[in-house]
Design a protein around this ligand. Sequence first.
Ligand SMILES: Cc1cc2nc3c(=O)[nH]c(=O)nc-3n(C[C@H](O)[C@H](O)[C@H](O)COP(=O)(O)O)c2cc1C
Length: 183
Amino acid sequence: MKITIVAGSNHSAATSTRLAAYIQHLAMQEQHDVALLDLFRTPLPFYSPEVEGDTHPALEAFKRAMLSADAIVLATPEYHSGMSGVLKNALDHVGQDHFKNKAVLSISSSGGAVAVSSLTQMQTTVRNLHGINCPEWISIGGDQRKSFRVDASFEDIQPDIDKRIRRVVGSFLTLAEQLSGRA
Ligand SMILES: Cc1cc2nc3c(=O)[nH]c(=O)nc-3n(C[C@H](O)[C@H](O)[C@H](O)COP(=O)(O)O)c2cc1C
């Protein structure tokens, strides 16, 4: 399957982006074709209803990757009990054509224990875009984020967190295969 992961942080050492990279690694081990779009490294212009067409090269590539994906992963830091503005702006550029009937996994990193608020908000947005929310999500909060510092290797991820991530990614991939008619 073709999977597009959108990393919605706007800083270089984001733990949510590192978690996104780990999910890319796990899905590639299962022979999936996975693109990680990091909105810090490849920023998108602000959405405006007054701008027509996809003349911005990064925006064109973003829309193409979303349209061609069989399944999508959205990653965000939890900001003020919601998703980042950077991720929301990216989602404002796309619509139901990009999401309809595709499995979508939401993942988030928070300073507090659990990133429930941003994850709930992302699932609401996905529902509006007619994507199919994976019933499970991944939250890393507080000290759990240490495993996802840029100087930590994937082998250093705490075993209990790793087990949970692998289980959720497994159920996401199963749902995605069913929805894309590959299972
Ligand atoms: C503007 C801003 C707002 C934040 N709001 C929250 C919040 O509402 N709840 C929370 O638990 N942490 C909050 N945090 C902390 C971040 O969620 C936390 O640092 C997270 O790990 C950042 O993810 P990242 O490593 O991917 O950038 C906030 C941080 C910033 C900069």
